[in-house]
Design a protein around this ligand. Structure first.
Ligand code: ZN
Length: 141
């Protein structure tokens, strides 16, 4: 079997499967090949995107490595320097800022799942940072 990308005179493209190239010519001559959209039989072969029909290309994999760790650490450091640490009062403080009770500023802290739900319901934007392991942490044991 051979597959051709075909196009009718109205510009619809579709795929046709044939025994071989000669079968395509034969069926086309008889008007057996018609566009599935408009039934037009004046179809032409268009260059295939792929010469060989086979397994699709391997998906690209991404493996977190040292670079990702560095990026994560840099983000964490930036947040530490530029965000006011409110600790476990994060959700409460975020709400206060949202309603103008507290001054507008960047804050960081910790929150419970329930508090996060409340913030989401209030339409308050926040993001969670994965805290990278300290570089000197002993990972043994
Ligand atoms: Zn068509």
């Amino acid at each position: 079997m051979i597959a051709f990308d075909l196009q009718c005179k109205n510009g619809h493209t579709f795929e046709g499967w044939f025994e071989d190239a000669a079968a395509y010519d034969d069926q086309k001559a008889r008007g057996f090949i018609s566009c599935p959209v408009c039934d037009d039989t004046e179809v032409v072969k268009i260059p295939s995107k792929f010469a060989i029909k086979g397994p699709s290309q391997m998906p690209m994999s991404v493996k977190p490595d040292a670079d990702m760790e560095i990026i994560g650490r840099q983000i964490a450091e930036y947040v530490e320097r530029n965000f006011d640490n409110v600790g476990s009062d994060f959700a409460e403080e975020a709400l206060k800022i949202h309603y103008g009770v507290s001054e507008q500023r960047n804050i960081r802290g910790v929150s419970t799942k329930q508090e996060e739900e409340t913030l989401k319901q209030e339409g308050i934007q926040f993001f969670k940072l994965p805290v990278p392991a300290a570089p000197d942490t002993d990972t043994d044991n």
